[in-house]
Design a binder for this molecule. Sequence first.
Ligand code: AHR
Ligand code: AHR
Ligand code: AHR
Length: 479
Amino acid sequence: AGPCDIYSSGGTPCVAAHGTTRALYSAYNGPLYQVKRGSDGSTTDISPVSAGGVANAAAQDSFCASTTCLITVIYDQSGRGNHLTQAPGGAFKGPEANGNDDLASAIGAPISLNGKKAYGVFVSPGTGYRNDAVSGTAIGDAAEGMYAVLDGTHYNDACCFDYGNAETDNTDTGNGHMEAIYYGNNTIWGKGAGNGPWFMADLENGLFSGQSPSLNNGDPSISYRFVTTALKGKANQWALRGANAASGSLSTYYSGVRPDGGYSPMKKEGAIILGIGGDNSNGAQGTFYEGVMTTGYPSDSTESSVQADIVAAKYATTSLNTAALSVNSKISLRATTSGYTTRYIAHTGATVNTQVVSSSSATSLRQQASWTVRTGLGNSGCYSFESVDTPGSYIRHYNFQLQLNANDNTKAFKEDATFCSQTGLNGQGNTIRSWSYPTRFFRHYTNVGYIASNGGVHDFDATGSFNDDVSFVIGDSFA
Ligand code: AHR
Ligand code: AHR
Ligand code: AHR
């Protein structure tokens, strides 16, 4: 049985079931998600390899070969049509045209389930999905449950990486108008024990770890790579339960009455959000693999059976790279765009650019175009590029432009300086993907370095010569 079969048996059936990694009913063999590719704008649906099974990642890899892909739809497997699509702007606007949020890369969150590759939804700041026209989700003070499996190591302190019930008009309509899973280390409203990250409940105008608006020491900091977060609520009662999604059972972090201040009765509106707050606050990051919403308040034992099913699915890590680099090697990166093939990624002070370099260039220029590959500062599965002439300084992105800056040891710097490596999109060399914004790749544009997406609001996101501009031949360093 899948998670939604278990909830049905418990009398609290799923009214929304989202998973890019697997089917959540044992009989489900319909589409899990839709991807759209950059080369021609066409879309395809990705389904499980067999009923109840793992997503067919090979179908995605084949459809997206030699181009970029975005996740455009996360289908609802419950049959109610509660699909998630690109979130529209709300009180806060998204970065895309018309104030829409970004869509997630289809390749930012590779994992394996029982040894079979699948992809999660990697939410960078600015990314969000939503459905404001839902069917069957809890309204007002009605009872509901939900769970999500997330990457416990991908988070930040911005508002708000959420999955669950929110406003239908994309604005903050007041306390109690949301009931959603939150994950991260935001401390504006409340927190749990230690330094975070925490699983909390976003009940609108507050992230709650318990009854008290500020602190619940029963809500632990999470360090699991894969985390199960289970939230449920009914009249003046709610609970937060969590677990390692790869082993063991759920612990109850809070179970009790609602917070004071307008949260009982609840005024739930029933829209569904992923990766954003109720008012489209979109500064947060996180990774979603699967999750559902139910009607009715699931029993603890039903949730325990769901956790056992998640553990049996065997979430595990897999390589973030399809074309590995050699850590501690010293390299050069040569442009492959016709007319620019004598240029290499280099730096002039803090600016990262391309310059014409050869073995007979001055020592200083040869050094400026030489990089030491290091283990990724923000994720050890990827890489960072340390300057040969300025040790301790690394290529990082800032406002999507590449810069050479000293490592200040902050989480933000380390993540900005972490890049994964894949086969060159134009068939030559390697394409270097931002770990934290996996829709974006090292690109030279007017001979300056950016992390660029294949189409987007910036000049440097232009689709013309994109594959060539993001493909670099890795060679020995000049110095
Ligand atoms: O409750 C926290 C956040 O506050 C909500 O997600 C958002 O709508 C509001 O800004
Ligand atoms: O480059 C995008 C973002 O811009 C970086 O993550 C951040 O450091 C800066 O605000
Ligand atoms: O970086 C050089 C060129 O500038 C790129 O190939 C092109 O996309 C841009 O006009």
